[in-house]
Design a protein around this ligand. Structure first.
Ligand SMILES: Nc1nc2c(ncn2[C@@H]2O[C@H](COP(=O)(O)OP(=O)(O)OP(=O)(O)O)[C@@H](O)[C@H]2O)c(=O)[nH]1
Ligand SMILES: [Mg+2]
Length: 429
């Protein structure tokens, strides 16, 4: 179909070229003749014959002067004989294959295994670094957006980066950030469509406290319009980091971070507390290594949830519908993980719950979450051990008692250092 369209287009172009050529040689245009013809001359009127140029033209198209144009002439006469006009065939394009604009811009598909089709957008310096951690795991549908080229992480290919016009960084000024982002909303929407194509879930990662990242919610309509335009089945999920205690001493950073938290609170979002991340890693890595390490750990935890939800378990599966239900719940999402060396210990549920809370980069859970998920990964030996099985069952009911609805999954993998648990809650205030 596409080739038919192309050849018709070529024929039209050839005809147009011939007409223009004729016009330039004859020194007048058909359109001009028609306009210059007085109405009273009616049907009998004839444009002034410019005999010599016309003869020259006929000679060139018949090959008397230039024999190389035979083919073109044949094509033109075929189109003319059938009374063809390209407009008659414009419906062909409508049904054609070439439906995606700029399909050359499409980023390669994600290679990280996942139950959901998702993309990651990092806005501002911190948001970009958080997003890069997902790109590094094989989520190729990742785009970093910034108002300056300066604070982007190293090793990002240009196709994953969108530089917005209008400011060279916004220097912690959220009003300027919101203005620049909204002025570029059409560019952002088109870029998402041409680079991501169709996907269901869009994760928007930002560093709360900065001017660019904290302004991101001004693009909420843009993100949603993009998802709607590709008939996405999912939604936008914000991942917002809150500044360290030290940073929060600065009133501008404090107020910027409150702005973005307030903006995202009604819809699904994950909050990452940088002070907690700092505490968890204090003494283990220096300041330079802290963010790359914590960004990677968070990305791996989320990616593991997406991956497990794509797998069938011989014991109990947490499937893509469970994952979608968790992600779709309005409000804050919490995620935490831990490894337990001795899974046959008493009160396994309490231990898992408390250690996941303590080790999580997210602020702790308060109140009763609407949905919860408990994913357990055990070795084949553990799965075979009746004492461990009892503990796993009571752990599932313990965590289940903490949320209104619990989705759980138990997966078996050889060679684990212990039992691995990932707990997630949704619908938090
Ligand atoms: N979790 C995490 N947080 C980060 C990282 N880098 C920066 N942040 C946090 O993000 C906050 C905002 O900083 P940036 O993201 O650089 O600011 P920005 O959005 O680029 O805004 P402007 O530079 O003012 O235009 C910082 O105060 C840090 O708390 C990171 O790699 N990971
Ligand atoms: Mg910046």
């Amino acid at each position: 179909m596409a080739s038919t369209t192309k050849s018709i287009k070529n024929e039209r172009l050839t005809a147009q070229f011939e007409r223009q050529r004729a016009e330039s040689i004859m020194g007048t245009s058909v359109k001009e003749e028609r306009l210059s013809k007085p109405y009273w001359e009616g049907e009998t009127s004839k444009p002034l014959e410019a005999t010599q140029p016309k003869e020259y033209l006929e000679n060139t198209t018949t090959g008397a002067i230039n024999s190389m144009e035979d083919e073109t002439k044949e094509e033109i006469s075929q189109v003319q004989a059938s009374g063809s006009d390209f407009d008659d065939f414009d419906f062909v394009d409508h049904y054609g294959e070439e439906t995606l604009d700029n399909s050359d811009d499409l980023l390669p598909d994600n290679i990280a295994p996942s139950a959901i089709s998702c993309g990651f957008v990092g806005i501002g310096g911190g948001g970009g670094k958080m997003a890069k951690a997902f790109l590094d795991l094989g989520f190729n549908k990742t785009l970093l957006i910034n108002t300056t080229e300066k604070d982007q992480p190293e090793g990002i290919l240009p196709e994953h980066f969108l530089l917005l016009e209008g400011a060279d960084g916004v220097g912690k000024d959220v009003d300027l950030g919101k203005r620049v982002l909204s002025e570029n909303s059409a560019v952002v929407e088109n870029t998402l469509r041409s680079k991501f194509g169709k996907l269901d879930w869009l994760f928007v990662l930002v560093g709360g406290g900065g001017g660019t990242g904290s302004s991101s919610h001004v693009l909420d309509d843009t993100f949603n319009r993009y998802l709607k335009s590709v008939q996405a089945g999912g939604r936008v999920i914000y991942v917002v980091s809150i500044p360290t205690a030290q940073e929060l001493l600065n009133p501008t950073i404090d107020s910027n971070s409150r702005t973005v938290l307030d903006d995202v609170k009604a819809t699904s979002h994950i909050v990452i507390d940088n002070e907690r991340q700092l505490q968890l890693l204090r003494g283990k890595v220096g300041m330079l290594g802290m963010y790359p390490k914590s960004n990677k750990a968070f990305a791996k935890m989320l990616a593991q949830v997406f991956k497990l939800a794509s797998e069938v378990s011989p014991v109990q599966s947490f499937d893509s519908k469970d994952l979608e239900r968790l992600l779709r719940t309005d409000g804050r999402l919490f995620m935490g993980t831990t490894a337990v060396k001795n899974p046959s210990q008493k009160q396994l549920g309490l231990t898992l719950f408390q250690t996941c809370m303590k080790n999580s980069p997210c602020p702790p859970v308060t109140g009763k979450p609407t949905v919860g998920s408990l994913l357990l990964v055990v070795t084949p030996e553990m799965a075979d051990d009746p004492a461990v099985s009892n503990q796993l069952e009571s752990a599932i009911s313990y965590v289940g008692g903490r949320s209104k609805t619990l989705f759980s999954g138990v997966y078996v993998r050889p060679g684990l250092p212990g039992l691995i648990a990932i707990i997630a809650f949704g619908g938090l205030k």
